[in-house]
Write a protein that binds this ligand. Structure first.
Ligand SMILES: Cc1cc2nc3c(=O)[nH]c(=O)nc-3n(C[C@H](O)[C@H](O)[C@H](O)COP(=O)(O)O)c2cc1C
Length: 222
Protein backbone atom coordinates (compact mmCIF):
# COMPACT_ATOMS: atom_id res chain seq x y z
CA UNK A 1 0.00 0.00 0.00
CA UNK A 2 1.14 3.58 -0.63
CA UNK A 3 2.27 5.72 2.30
CA UNK A 4 -0.74 7.17 4.14
CA UNK A 5 -1.32 9.20 7.27
CA UNK A 6 -4.28 9.96 9.50
CA UNK A 7 -6.32 13.02 8.61
CA UNK A 8 -4.93 14.54 11.78
CA UNK A 9 -6.59 17.92 11.66
CA UNK A 10 -10.11 16.63 11.35
CA UNK A 11 -12.01 18.03 14.29
CA UNK A 12 -15.27 16.34 15.24
CA UNK A 13 -18.22 18.69 15.02
CA UNK A 14 -21.87 18.29 15.92
CA UNK A 15 -24.51 18.17 13.23
CA UNK A 16 -25.76 21.52 14.57
CA UNK A 17 -22.34 23.16 14.21
CA UNK A 18 -22.06 21.92 10.66
CA UNK A 19 -25.56 23.08 9.85
CA UNK A 20 -24.82 26.57 11.24
CA UNK A 21 -21.60 26.79 9.26
CA UNK A 22 -23.27 25.68 6.03
CA UNK A 23 -25.97 28.33 6.46
CA UNK A 24 -23.35 31.02 7.17
CA UNK A 25 -21.32 30.00 4.13
CA UNK A 26 -24.42 30.17 1.97
CA UNK A 27 -25.08 33.73 3.12
CA UNK A 28 -21.45 34.79 2.80
CA UNK A 29 -20.97 33.31 -0.66
CA UNK A 30 -24.28 34.68 -1.91
CA UNK A 31 -22.80 38.16 -1.33
CA UNK A 32 -19.89 37.54 -3.70
CA UNK A 33 -20.15 39.63 -6.84
CA UNK A 34 -17.92 40.21 -9.81
CA UNK A 35 -16.50 43.69 -9.36
CA UNK A 36 -15.44 45.85 -12.31
CA UNK A 37 -14.60 49.07 -10.41
CA UNK A 38 -11.54 48.85 -8.19
CA UNK A 39 -9.89 51.22 -5.75
CA UNK A 40 -6.16 51.76 -6.23
CA UNK A 41 -5.58 50.96 -2.53
CA UNK A 42 -2.64 48.58 -2.13
CA UNK A 43 -2.96 44.97 -1.04
CA UNK A 44 0.12 43.47 0.60
CA UNK A 45 2.01 40.81 -1.35
CA UNK A 46 1.68 38.40 1.63
CA UNK A 47 -2.10 38.52 1.30
CA UNK A 48 -1.82 37.57 -2.37
CA UNK A 49 0.61 34.75 -1.50
CA UNK A 50 -1.83 33.35 1.08
CA UNK A 51 -4.81 33.57 -1.28
CA UNK A 52 -2.92 31.88 -4.10
CA UNK A 53 -1.62 29.12 -1.85
CA UNK A 54 -5.15 28.58 -0.52
CA UNK A 55 -6.27 28.19 -4.15
CA UNK A 56 -3.36 25.87 -4.87
CA UNK A 57 -4.64 23.49 -2.18
CA UNK A 58 -7.39 22.51 -4.63
CA UNK A 59 -7.76 18.91 -5.71
CA UNK A 60 -6.33 18.02 -9.11
CA UNK A 61 -6.30 15.03 -11.45
CA UNK A 62 -3.65 12.57 -10.17
CA UNK A 63 -2.40 15.40 -7.93
CA UNK A 64 -0.62 17.02 -10.87
CA UNK A 65 -1.52 20.56 -9.72
CA UNK A 66 -1.37 21.73 -13.34
CA UNK A 67 -1.40 25.47 -12.72
CA UNK A 68 0.79 28.54 -12.43
CA UNK A 69 -0.51 31.73 -10.84
CA UNK A 70 1.21 34.88 -12.14
CA UNK A 71 0.79 37.81 -9.72
CA UNK A 72 1.37 41.21 -11.29
CA UNK A 73 1.52 44.58 -9.57
CA UNK A 74 4.10 46.20 -11.90
CA UNK A 75 2.27 49.21 -13.44
CA UNK A 76 4.08 48.91 -16.78
CA UNK A 77 3.04 45.24 -17.16
CA UNK A 78 -0.53 46.04 -16.10
CA UNK A 79 -0.60 48.78 -18.76
CA UNK A 80 0.60 46.36 -21.45
CA UNK A 81 -2.05 43.85 -20.38
CA UNK A 82 -4.79 46.48 -20.43
CA UNK A 83 -3.79 47.68 -23.90
CA UNK A 84 -3.62 44.16 -25.33
CA UNK A 85 -6.90 43.12 -23.65
CA UNK A 86 -8.71 46.22 -24.89
CA UNK A 87 -7.44 45.59 -28.41
CA UNK A 88 -9.03 42.10 -28.39
CA UNK A 89 -12.16 43.27 -26.60
CA UNK A 90 -12.67 46.13 -29.09
CA UNK A 91 -12.73 43.56 -31.89
CA UNK A 92 -15.02 41.30 -29.82
CA UNK A 93 -17.57 44.02 -29.12
CA UNK A 94 -17.40 45.36 -32.70
CA UNK A 95 -18.09 42.27 -34.78
CA UNK A 96 -16.43 39.15 -33.36
CA UNK A 97 -19.18 38.41 -30.83
CA UNK A 98 -22.55 37.18 -32.11
CA UNK A 99 -25.70 39.28 -31.66
CA UNK A 100 -26.91 36.64 -29.18
CA UNK A 101 -23.71 36.97 -27.12
CA UNK A 102 -23.90 40.77 -27.14
CA UNK A 103 -27.55 40.50 -26.08
CA UNK A 104 -26.60 38.24 -23.16
CA UNK A 105 -23.92 40.72 -22.10
CA UNK A 106 -26.21 43.73 -22.35
CA UNK A 107 -27.62 43.45 -18.77
CA UNK A 108 -24.04 43.46 -17.43
CA UNK A 109 -23.28 46.82 -19.03
CA UNK A 110 -19.78 45.73 -20.07
CA UNK A 111 -17.89 47.13 -23.07
CA UNK A 112 -14.40 46.90 -24.58
CA UNK A 113 -12.85 49.31 -22.08
CA UNK A 114 -11.04 47.65 -19.16
CA UNK A 115 -9.79 50.43 -16.91
CA UNK A 116 -9.76 48.02 -13.95
CA UNK A 117 -6.78 46.22 -15.46
CA UNK A 118 -4.63 49.21 -14.50
CA UNK A 119 -6.49 50.35 -11.38
CA UNK A 120 -6.67 47.09 -9.42
CA UNK A 121 -3.48 46.70 -7.37
CA UNK A 122 -3.01 43.10 -8.53
CA UNK A 123 -3.70 41.13 -11.66
CA UNK A 124 -3.60 37.38 -11.20
CA UNK A 125 -3.28 35.35 -14.37
CA UNK A 126 -3.93 31.66 -13.93
CA UNK A 127 -2.20 29.48 -16.51
CA UNK A 128 -3.13 25.86 -17.10
CA UNK A 129 -0.39 23.38 -17.88
CA UNK A 130 -1.55 20.90 -20.46
CA UNK A 131 1.62 18.94 -19.68
CA UNK A 132 4.68 19.31 -17.45
CA UNK A 133 8.29 19.23 -18.53
CA UNK A 134 10.78 17.16 -16.47
CA UNK A 135 14.31 16.44 -17.66
CA UNK A 136 13.44 17.69 -21.15
CA UNK A 137 10.57 15.24 -21.53
CA UNK A 138 6.83 15.86 -21.46
CA UNK A 139 4.82 14.46 -18.55
CA UNK A 140 1.08 14.06 -18.92
CA UNK A 141 -1.42 16.01 -16.81
CA UNK A 142 -4.99 14.84 -16.37
CA UNK A 143 -8.32 16.65 -16.25
CA UNK A 144 -6.44 19.89 -16.62
CA UNK A 145 -9.39 22.23 -17.24
CA UNK A 146 -11.42 20.69 -14.44
CA UNK A 147 -8.49 20.94 -12.00
CA UNK A 148 -7.59 24.52 -12.89
CA UNK A 149 -11.26 25.50 -12.85
CA UNK A 150 -11.58 24.17 -9.30
CA UNK A 151 -8.41 26.03 -8.21
CA UNK A 152 -9.77 29.21 -9.79
CA UNK A 153 -13.02 28.69 -7.88
CA UNK A 154 -11.08 28.28 -4.64
CA UNK A 155 -9.21 31.50 -5.42
CA UNK A 156 -12.35 33.52 -6.16
CA UNK A 157 -14.00 32.19 -3.02
CA UNK A 158 -10.96 32.94 -0.84
CA UNK A 159 -10.60 36.47 -2.24
CA UNK A 160 -14.20 37.10 -1.29
CA UNK A 161 -13.92 35.50 2.15
CA UNK A 162 -10.82 37.58 2.85
CA UNK A 163 -12.86 40.74 2.19
CA UNK A 164 -11.44 41.66 -1.21
CA UNK A 165 -13.03 41.68 -4.65
CA UNK A 166 -12.21 40.15 -8.00
CA UNK A 167 -13.57 39.69 -11.50
CA UNK A 168 -13.34 36.58 -13.63
CA UNK A 169 -12.08 38.12 -16.85
CA UNK A 170 -11.59 36.36 -20.20
CA UNK A 171 -10.46 38.87 -22.86
CA UNK A 172 -10.53 36.27 -25.60
CA UNK A 173 -8.23 35.27 -27.23
CA UNK A 174 -5.79 35.54 -24.33
CA UNK A 175 -2.54 34.46 -26.03
CA UNK A 176 -1.16 37.96 -25.46
CA UNK A 177 -0.75 37.04 -21.79
CA UNK A 178 1.67 34.23 -22.64
CA UNK A 179 3.76 36.71 -24.61
CA UNK A 180 3.70 39.63 -22.18
CA UNK A 181 4.49 37.39 -19.19
CA UNK A 182 7.01 35.26 -21.09
CA UNK A 183 5.40 31.97 -20.12
CA UNK A 184 6.66 28.62 -21.43
CA UNK A 185 4.84 26.83 -24.22
CA UNK A 186 3.21 24.21 -21.97
CA UNK A 187 1.22 26.95 -20.18
CA UNK A 188 -1.99 28.39 -21.60
CA UNK A 189 -3.78 31.40 -20.10
CA UNK A 190 -6.94 30.31 -18.31
CA UNK A 191 -8.32 33.34 -16.46
CA UNK A 192 -7.30 36.92 -15.73
CA UNK A 193 -8.43 38.13 -12.31
CA UNK A 194 -7.94 41.68 -11.06
CA UNK A 195 -7.85 41.67 -7.26
CA UNK A 196 -8.25 44.55 -4.85
CA UNK A 197 -10.73 46.58 -2.86
CA UNK A 198 -13.91 47.60 -4.62
CA UNK A 199 -14.09 51.30 -5.45
CA UNK A 200 -16.23 53.14 -2.90
CA UNK A 201 -19.83 52.94 -4.08
CA UNK A 202 -18.94 50.51 -6.89
CA UNK A 203 -22.03 49.47 -8.83
CA UNK A 204 -22.75 45.91 -9.91
CA UNK A 205 -25.41 44.74 -12.37
CA UNK A 206 -28.78 43.90 -10.86
CA UNK A 207 -28.94 40.25 -11.90
CA UNK A 208 -30.76 37.33 -10.31
CA UNK A 209 -29.36 33.98 -9.23
CA UNK A 210 -31.24 30.79 -10.00
CA UNK A 211 -33.53 29.44 -7.30
CA UNK A 212 -32.89 26.22 -5.36
CA UNK A 213 -35.36 24.24 -7.44
CA UNK A 214 -33.69 25.36 -10.68
CA UNK A 215 -30.25 24.38 -9.44
CA UNK A 216 -30.77 21.15 -7.46
CA UNK A 217 -32.37 17.87 -8.52
CA UNK A 218 -32.74 15.64 -5.48
CA UNK A 219 -32.63 11.82 -5.53
CA UNK A 220 -33.49 10.82 -1.98
CA UNK A 221 -34.25 7.26 -0.89
CA UNK A 222 -37.30 6.52 1.23
C1 LIG B 1 -15.62 31.76 -17.20
C2 LIG B 1 -16.10 33.17 -16.94
C3 LIG B 1 -15.70 34.18 -17.80
C4 LIG B 1 -16.11 35.50 -17.54
N1 LIG B 1 -15.63 36.50 -18.34
C5 LIG B 1 -15.95 37.78 -18.05
C6 LIG B 1 -15.36 38.84 -18.79
O1 LIG B 1 -14.54 38.62 -19.68
N2 LIG B 1 -15.72 40.10 -18.48
C7 LIG B 1 -16.59 40.40 -17.46
O2 LIG B 1 -16.85 41.57 -17.22
N3 LIG B 1 -17.14 39.40 -16.72
C8 LIG B 1 -16.83 38.11 -16.98
N4 LIG B 1 -17.33 37.09 -16.20
C9 LIG B 1 -18.17 37.42 -15.03
C10 LIG B 1 -19.63 37.10 -15.25
O3 LIG B 1 -20.21 38.05 -16.11
C11 LIG B 1 -20.32 37.09 -13.89
O4 LIG B 1 -19.77 36.07 -13.10
C12 LIG B 1 -21.81 36.85 -14.02
O5 LIG B 1 -22.43 37.92 -14.69
C13 LIG B 1 -22.48 36.68 -12.64
O6 LIG B 1 -22.24 37.82 -11.85
P1 LIG B 1 -21.56 37.68 -10.41
O7 LIG B 1 -20.20 37.07 -10.62
O8 LIG B 1 -21.50 39.08 -9.88
O9 LIG B 1 -22.43 36.77 -9.60
C14 LIG B 1 -16.95 35.78 -16.44
C15 LIG B 1 -17.34 34.74 -15.60
C16 LIG B 1 -16.91 33.45 -15.83
C17 LIG B 1 -17.30 32.36 -14.85
Amino acid sequence: MSKQFILYEYKKQTAQEISDKAAKLRTLMSKRRSVRHFSEKEVHKDVITDLIMAAASAPSGANKQPWTFCAISDPSIKKQIREAAEKEEYINYNGRMSEEWLGDLHPLGTDWQKEFLELAPWLIVIFKKSYDIHDHSQKKNYYVSESVGIAAGFFISCVHQAGLATLTHTPSPMNFLTKILGRPENEKPFLLLPVGYPEEGALVPDIARKKEEEVISWYIGK
